[in-house]
Ligand binder design. Structure first.
Ligand code: NAD
Length: 423
């Protein structure tokens, strides 16, 4: 694929799978990987597609589609989240699964990459309906997951309750197995510090980048799109590190306060009303206006393709930290570079979740619990090391941070795959 996308392809949105391939090809070109080897690394090993008949609360029977894509396990068991979203497709899950392979490799975790999903509208379903969907889904994929095979985790619209149901259903079928899934409630073998790990990790990456770029956290401001698990915890930890969070958004609207928002109070407001909008003392504007806010750090923490040609012209920030997976349409990256905006890629920025998932898995296998301080200290070490490697690689190879991160990851996966052999 040519490097100058503006001329060759024009602007259009790429889905997760296309975006993942786009980044992969650039890194593979730099590494001069052979074509047949690229095909091996890029394509998923296994794709599971199931139909789930589920009884709804009103007595009707509804069919759902479920997916689990196992991309690569050269470096260890498959690992990756489970997304519940009415519009999720196999193509999205394919791309998200490959991102997990590169993420676990970049962070040096002994895992491969996978992702799962069900096309359900979790926000408009009762807890009992969600439980039935989750148990059906677990039964359908149970032969292909397991502590040393494939270990699911939370993602968009799935939480520790969903993980508890997966663990319980799998354990009924195969014997007590807490390590089959991560992101569980603490009293079922979850790890201290897992619930906020992704957002906490985002804050650590922002802090490192600020340090490198002579920005004082106490004088800085962040703007965050999405106020779910990742967005809220990123806001909370940035605030704790001294950075003002001046705007946050969700599907209901965007709130703005120049002096900085009280992040915990916004969370309570959202818990009560279902949205951040109309938070007292802040201005409520349209969700999409979040991208026109002047800030030091812009943090998309919602879904893919948030930053596109439609908002490229409005963006006024020093750096974008990809807390979501794939929030920057790859074809606008040259435009961001032209504006002098650094993009810190998702496979680094949001890796805190899978790092602490790894710690949870280790604790389950050892049947031993770590303290929250130990989890936090190990998380910081792993994230800072990965950040430094990406920065150094980018300088050495004269590439942007995303290509540098992919190059490190691809080299590791390629080396493991070659060493294990194909026969
Ligand atoms: P979540 O469901 O808890 O939260 C998503 C948030 O985004 C919600 O507040 C929702 O209202 C908001 N949102 C959706 N569309 C929006 C829009 N157009 N404008 C503004 N807000 C919008 O999901 P999450 O777990 O926080 O995941 C968010 C992203 O982070 C996803 O890309 C996910 O793959 C990625 N991620 C999550 C984890 C994790 O541990 N949960 C780990 C790594 C990456």
């Amino acid at each position: 694929m040519p490097d100058n996308d503006r001329e060759e392809k024009g602007f259009r949105l790429l889905d997760c799978n296309e975006a993942s391939k786009h980044h992969f090809e650039r890194a593979a070109n730099k590494l001069k990987l052979k074509r047949e080897f690229r095909d091996w690394l890029r394509n998923p090993f296994r794709e599971i597609y199931v139909h789930l008949p589920v009884m709804m609360d009103d007595g009707s029977l509804k069919m759902f589609e479920g997916f689990r894509v196992q991309h690569n396990n050269a470096r260890g068991p498959y690992k990756g989240g489970t997304r519940y979203h009415p519009e999720v497709t196999l193509g999205d899950i394919r791309g998200l699964a490959s991102w997990m392979t590169w993420k676990t490799a970049l962070l040096g975790l002994p895992f491969g990459g996978a992702k799962g999903g069900v096309n359900c509208d979790a926000k408009n379903m009762s807890a009992a309906e969600l439980e039935r969907v989750t148990r059906k889904y677990t039964q359908a994929i149970s032969a292909d997951i397991g502590p040393y095979q494939d270990v699911p985790a939370p993602d968009v619209n799935t939480n520790e309750n969903v993980m508890a149901w997966i663990m319980d259903e799998y354990s009924k079928l195969r014997g007590y197995s807490p390590a089959v899934v991560t992101g569980k409630p603490i009293d079922l073998g979850g790890s201290p510090g897992r619930i906020d790990a992704t957002g906490r990790g985002v804050a650590y990456i922002v802090q490192q980048w600020a340090l490198d770029n002579n920005i004082e956290m106490e004088k800085s401001g962040a703007v965050i799109q999405g106020f779910g698990n990742v967005g809220f915890h990123a806001a909370y930890h940035l605030d704790r590190l001294g950075c003002k969070v001046t705007a946050v958004s969700d599907t209901g609207g965007c709130i703005f306060k120049q002096e900085g928002l009280d992040v915990e109070a916004v969370y309570e407001h959202k818990e009560k009303t279902g949205s951040v909008k109309d938070f007292p003392g802040a201005e409520t504007i349209d969700s999409e206006q979040i991208f026109s806010m002047d800030c030091d750090f812009l943090i998309p923490a919602a879904l893919e393709n948030a930053i596109t040609k439609d908002n490229l012209g409005q963006i006024k920030t020093k750096a974008i930290f990809e807390a979501a997976n794939g929030p920057t349409c790859p074809l606008v990256e040259p435009g961001l570079a032209d504006k002098g905006i650094t993009v810190v890629p998702d496979i680094l920025t949001n890796s805190g979740g899978v790092v602490v998932s790894y710690f949870e898995w280790v604790q389950n296998l050892q049947q031993f619990t770590w303290s929250e301080d130990q989890v936090d200290s190990e998380l910081q070490t792993k994230m800072k090391n990965a950040y430094r490697k990406v920065i150094d690689k980018a300088k050495e190879e004269k590439v942007n941070l995303r290509i540098a991160a992919y190059m490190i990851a691809l080299e590791k996966v390629a080396s493991a795959a070659k060493t294990r052999g194909v026969y």
